[in-house]
Design a protein around this ligand. Structure first.
Ligand code: DON
Length: 307
């Protein structure tokens, strides 16, 4: 029997198309020049079916969506105890690029803000690893999660690196606070490289569905992230994945999620589906306006809200 899901995804897409609010990220030229008409949505089920509509082959940089998966890798490489010693799990309520260190412990508030993500990156492999070694490992795991070989967008990487004063500043503050023990430049360079990995919505839906499927890839059957680590990642995505819009998102859409500044959003509902949406124009909290609208419709129509 033909599945009605592809037709349904076209409806979701066309409902979001007229929305013209927001602006693409402007801090680097490559993102500012993005084609704002781009629009795509994908859905992957835990039993291995993948559906998509719109510009589903168009690649964009994963950006902050990488933070959720690198947090999982840091947990695997350094152990949860060490990770919790260095990075908190509380929503900061601040923008993603605020330093937001916890009073007393000086830990970044959570792994989804830049300070926490740079720290998580530094815990991949070991504090003495180079940015290249860490990003190689990250790229390999992201490729297994997506189910195809992914690549770094070198143009995005170079542009972000040229404009990295704020992230470098965060790196040096983390070093001064005793949170980073490696060279802060290496950690920030690696963090920027992980953000510059290109994906399309189908890749992201598969990556999200692997989280939904307790770390086991729904198509290849490979166990990529341990189940207990997935629990930690999804918890932090629920409370901190959408930055200062996390409360709105959880009450409206109710799916553990993560957004990126290139316009991508993933949502992972345990035991059910991974969803991904993309369109470049962002709201003032840095989340794609049309992608939020598409996720909201999917959540309402398919009853994906956790509660
Ligand atoms: O750290 C940065 O500035 C970017 N490379 C990634 C930030 C990002 O995606 C924020 N999300 N909405």
């Amino acid at each position: 029997m033909k599945s009605p899901i592809p037709d349904y995804l076209h409806v979701v897409l066309e409902n979001a198309r007229p929305i013209e609010d927001g602006k693409p990220a402007s801090y680097i030229d490559t993102l500012a020049r993005a084609d704002t008409s781009r629009l795509a949505v994908a859905l992957a089920t835990v039993d291995g079916k993948l559906y998509s509509a719109g510009d589903d082959q168009v690649e964009f940089s994963i950006q902050s969506i990488s933070k959720a998966f690198v947090y999982a890798i840091a947990i695997e490489d350094a152990g949860l105890e060490k990770v919790l010693e260095k990075i908190g799990v509380e929503p900061s309520g601040d923008a993603f690029n605020q330093l937001s260190l916890e009073r007393g412990t000086h830990r970044p508030m959570n792994p989804m803000i830049n300070a926490g993500a740079i720290t998580a990156h530094s815990l991949v492999i070991s504090p003495t690893a180079t940015a290249e070694e860490r990003t190689d490992r990250i790229l390999k795991i992201f490729s297994r999660l997506a189910g195809r070989q992914l690549h770094v967008d070198e143009e995005v990487y170079e542009a972000e690196l040229k404009d990295a004063d704020r992230n470098m500043g965060i790196g040096y503050m983390l070093k001064a606070a005793g949170i980073l023990t490696c060279d802060p430049r290496e950690a920030v360079k690696g963090y920027i490289r992980q953000c510059s990995i290109n994906v399309n919505v189908r890749d992201l839906a598969m990556m999200a569905a692997t989280l939904s499927n307790a770390g086991v890839h729904p198509i290849t059957g490979e166990s990529i992230i341990p189940q207990w680590s997935v629990r930690q990642v999804l918890s932090v995505m629920t409370t901190c994945g959408m930055y200062d819009a996390a409360g709105d998102w959880v009450s409206n859409i109710g799916i553990p999620a993560k957004s990126g500044v290139a316009g991508g959003i993933i949502g992972a509902l345990p035991g059910q589906v991974g969803i991904a949406a993309f369109s470049p124009r962002l709201d003032d909290r840095g989340n794609s306006v049309r992608a939020v609208a598409m996720c909201q419709q999917l959540s309402r129509d398919m009853g994906l809200h956790m509660m």
